[in-house]
Design a protein around this ligand. Structure first.
Ligand SMILES: [Fe+2]
Length: 253
């Protein structure tokens, strides 16, 4: 674990030096430092992470359980344990990279990208963000992937690709996330939970409810277009959704 954390720290220093720019974070995939990170992440065993498996009551205490292995403003290493039948609501990772490794289990997975750059890259002040959220504004997004993930499997979230996702566990499931950089409480890298607007309601939406240029797109909707409504941000979580914090019991060395 120590070697993996060191690799993450090295990448986070480089990312910060690059101003945590979208350009840098969108291209980490090809970076030798990130390749080392992915390699190390992929070779971590359940035993090293202190995980017994899908039937272990310690890690599957509630519907959704989270272990933070280590975190700073620049990075975050977390493990998630999702009990069969639990939904992780649609949420984003603005201006971030996430290295995602499904360790075991089975997830119904959907990912989207916002269409308008202003919302894709959170190009607004905290005041404007709070106004968008308070007024439950709606934006358009495009479905990128809808599939069933089986462990073990690796995926990447980038600022410009695959940035929002939702999961539903079909089995007790565990995944490992490394975020680069970490979320912030200002609007730049703030997590938002969204609600998907059902297709039948899409045509009836008032233009005033839309925050982006969705109204102009409504006559020629691109294939796979979905409307997403800003729902909530921590400390307020979506209705019927709780996160249980569980202490790490794997190795740190
Ligand atoms: Fe996520």
């Amino acid at each position: 674990m120590k070697a993996l954390i060191e690799t993450v720290k090295t990448m986070s220093v480089r990312s910060r030096a690059a101003g945590n720019s979208i350009k840098f974070l969108d291209h980490t995939w090809n970076d030798p430092g990130c390749q080392r990170l992915i390699e190390k992440m992929n070779t971590m065993t359940l035993d090293q992470l202190g995980i017994e498996g899908p039937d272990d009551p310690y890690h599957f205490q509630k519907g959704l359980n989270r272990i933070t292995i280590e975190a700073s403003d620049d990075y975050r290493l977390v493990l998630f344990f999702i009990k069969k039948g639990t939904i992780m609501p649609l949420h984003d990772h603005p201006n971030m990279c996430v290295f995602f490794r499904l360790l075991f289990g089975k997830l119904d997975y959907k990912s989207y990208d916002k269409l308008d750059d202003k919302f894709k890259y959170n190009r607004f002040s905290l005041d404007e963000y709070q106004e968008i959220l308070g007024n439950k504004k709606t934006i358009s997004a495009k479905l990128v992937n809808k599939t069933i993930l089986h462990g073990p499997q690796f995926l990447m979230v980038r600022p410009s690709r695959n940035n929002l996702h939702a999961f539903e566990a079909q089995e007790n499931t565990c995944f490992f996330d490394i975020c680069l950089p970490n979320y912030t409480t200002d609007s730049l890298r703030r997590i938002t939970y969204f609600k998907e607007v059902c297709p039948t309601q899409m045509d009836q939406m008032d233009a005033a409810e839309l925050a982006d240029n969705t109204a102009e797109l409504s006559t020629a909707k691109p294939k796979g277009l979905t409307y997403l409504t800003y729902d909530t941000t921590p400390p307020k979580l979506p209705v019927n959704f709780e996160i249980e914090e569980v202490p790490y019991r794997g190795r740190l060395l």
